[in-house]
Design a protein around this ligand. Sequence first.
Ligand code: AMP
Length: 427
Amino acid sequence: MKIQSPRGTEDLLPEVTYKWHLIEDKLKNLATLYNYKEIRTPMFEHTELFQRGVGETTDIVQKEMYTFEDRSGRSLTLRPEGTASVVRSYVQHKMHGNTNQPSKLYYMGPMFRYERPQQGRTRQFHQFGIEAIGSEDPAIDAEVIAFAMGCFTELGLKSLKLVINSIGDEESRKSHREALINHFTPVKNELCDDCNERLEKNPLRLLDCKVDQGHEAMKTAPSILDYLNDESKQYFEDVKAHLDEMGIDYVVDDKLVRGLDYYTHTAFEIMSEAEGFGSITTLMGGGRYNGLVQDLGGPEISGIGFAFGVERLLMALEAEGIDLKADDSMDCFIISIGEKTKTFTSKLLYQLRKEGIRADQDYLNRKLKGQFKQAERLNAKLAMIVGENELENGVINIKNLNTGDEKAVQLDETIPYIQSQLEEEIE
Ligand code: AMP
């Protein structure tokens, strides 16, 4: 039996990896523009990190983690998201002690969740995310949101919806929490089991219940925005003022909540509104958190970040008909005629590549015509034709495959000649 890739995973073949490179380059450039530096954390962590950092009551921790024991009996988990690891690393390396504050970090890489695979949802997916830790200035909330939008608009996406909300500070959340309990308790028998559990543990999460979405009590649920204290209200107003000034469009949705206890103030999401995007329209989620750094053993410092799946970004590009062009050209293809030329062409190829010239040769003993065909297939700009005679005379024919011009070039002149031909191309 042939072994297939595990359910919910995907091979990224050369036909698509160029798109990933383009996207990754774009995101790295954006990070440089915004002054965020890359952090790479391990693919697996102690299970406890996610239990504490993502939260015991979340679906991720309850149902979706790839947890295993290593040979020494430690419980480890493949990372389901990035924030917990970044904050763990921030605390472990005492980044709060660096003079350069706030700490502005980005990460990119695979995440693992045991979910039911479907369009836009896989068990291994790739996130790009950022965390700005160590500042509670509404300006940085706006910066993070602008960066998040930039990840999509810079690639040409247009049908986007930015939704923002505030879930206030601890005090505001506490009064909202009480209001939610008072609101939902009388109808709790009509709600799903999960909601009943949430009502006890984390009532805010009732608001993102998929099962009871249509229940009348959901529609009339108390809005967090009515429970914000003056400070929280002001904070939200300031974030919006920054976005307004930057000209970034958004809608406020008071139902947008991030369920975890440590989320505070700003929460945001970006959705694709492109037709044919599919049923899961969320591209990205983000928000401010307070208490996470402390929970993981650090000082009382808050942060804000976002994460999105690169696969969803690719889906959005496809839905909007945006084609990322591959640069699949080749500078030079060496065509060899005769047995004796092979070691010479291998050396030549090695030299070309050392000079930064993208080059290749035939490895299938193709006939002359077949080698020209291969040069064409590879979109080579130049072909070097090396025969035994040419070798003896110390002259190589170089053909410009775009213009058809061919020239006999002295052996020691070949590299400068090729370079000049390629420069002409660029001009
Ligand atoms: P979350 O960490 O759940 O807030 O997810 C943030 C983003 O990661 C989502 O908006 C998606 O773009 C992406 N994402 C989350 N889970 C998956 C998954 N199973 N498959 C693909 N992308 C995902």
